[in-house]
Design a protein around this ligand. Sequence first.
Ligand code: FAD
Ligand code: NDP
Ligand code: EPU
Length: 341
Amino acid sequence: MTISQAAGNVCTVSALNTKKQQTTNSVESEVIYLPNTDCAIKPQASLSAFTSYRVGGAADLYVSPRNLEALQASLKYAKEHDLKVTTLGAGSNLLVSDGGISGLVIATRHLRFSNFDPQTGQLTVAAGESIPSLAWAAAELGWQGLEWAVGIPGTAGGAVVMNAGAHNSCIADMLVSAEVLSPDGTLETLTPEQLGYSYRTSLLQGGESPSERLRQRIVTQATLQLAPGADPAKVVAITKQHKKHRLSTQPYNFPSCGSVFRNPKPYSAGWLIEQTGLKGYQIGGAQVALLHANFIVNRGGAKASDIFCLIRHIQHQVQERWSINLEPEVKMLGEFQSACG
Ligand SMILES: Cc1cc2nc3c(=O)[nH]c(=O)nc-3n(C[C@H](O)[C@H](O)[C@H](O)COP(=O)(O)OP(=O)(O)OC[C@H]3O[C@@H](n4cnc5c(N)ncnc54)[C@H](O)[C@@H]3O)c2cc1C
Ligand SMILES: NC(=O)C1=CN([C@@H]2O[C@H](COP(=O)(O)OP(=O)(O)OC[C@H]3O[C@@H](n4cnc5c(N)ncnc54)[C@H](OP(=O)(O)O)[C@@H]3O)[C@@H](O)[C@H]2O)C=CC1
Ligand SMILES: C=C(O[C@H]1[C@H](O)[C@@H](CO)O[C@H](OP(=O)(O)OP(=O)(O)OC[C@H]2O[C@@H](n3ccc(=O)[nH]c3=O)[C@H](O)[C@@H]2O)[C@@H]1NC(C)=O)C(=O)O
């Protein structure tokens, strides 16, 4: 079975406000039902609840399809109305601007399906499946390979795009293939080689042309090669150990996006930022975490602009002190003022 065959997977409107609302371009709008689905597009949907930072403005239009057909209908709608499309997973590596995102935001976190195939040792998952949940499920089955992924609060789709990793492992190490949807609605199966993986990146993030063409792809599902047959108690124990290590080295008590910057190897960003004297430095509600300097935490009431300006401040200070350019791992969506004052 694949996500297109999963039963009962349609968008519901139970949580949606069906009253008339005002979009940013001053067009009065209601929830829009996609033709031949009961999938709804919501106008002016606040995105702060859909990002781990808990900040950010609204999407002009927002949809969270529950199956492939609804996803394809969403893309068709965007094409017909000439809307820019932005894809969201669990929003755990995103900074959405206070002004929000124009066009149509498509969240893939409700695309759900997973299959552990004992014959091949392969795990096939829809883009919306939670990576930490899969790590625990694999551990409990005695399947090795995903122990590192516990504590990474994203989806399979986001992990494939970001090449999520920890403890010297990453998605690219175990990815067999990823199924992606192009803007015209056609599906393609890509190998890790085609996805051009390296540390915390893939061609799905865009980049130099002609690779740029992959930026617009939406990941719908992924197949990972795991190793079944181990003692579940042992795999669970290793997984717990990774989680324990994380909780003692990374701040999980405040909203964040994980590491803000990629490590400029051979240095680690956290070490550089701490040595620059920035631990605890705060702009508005955004603070360089005391436990780990490569995390910026929302101490309460942070605006996206606070986090953005803190990112710029850190980059500036580290550049001055070490002549090293820290490259953000976090993806910034929407418009940000370049001047921070
Ligand atoms: C507390 C904490 C700890 C973390 N620890 C780690 C860690 O150890 N290692 C690590 O690598 N990361 C870590 N992260 C960062 C984050 O969890 C990962 O980058 C994760 O893979 C992002 O997945 P997501 O579903 O939330 O993607 P999002 O943040 O929603 O999106 C990330 C990018 O992927 C794109 N995208 C998402 N889904 C799709 C899709 N289906 N198709 C196409 N594009 C898509 C988005 O447009 C965006 O560009 C941490 C974050 C937090 C908050
Ligand atoms: N700082 C931040 O900005 C954010 C931090 N986080 C943190 O990221 C981490 C990952 O988040 P989350 O997606 O909730 O993942 P978790 O790892 O907490 O849980 C994912 C799934 O795994 C199950 N699970 C958890 N522990 C065990 C265990 N010991 N044995 C078996 N199954 C287990 C959970 O089941 P059950 O539901 O039954 O417990 C849940 O279904 C968490 O530590 C969370 O607190 C998450 C979002 C934002
Ligand atoms: C959290 C993320 O991934 C994490 C991943 O969870 C962990 C565990 O494998 O390893 C990376 O962190 P990291 O390189 O900061 O790992 P750590 O072991 O915490 O720190 C590396 C070194 O920096 C030092 N360090 C770290 C933080 C700090 O404030 N000060 C400091 O001196 C540590 O003492 C250690 O010597 C990933 N970060 C990046 C950018 O690669 C993420 O990508 O969002």
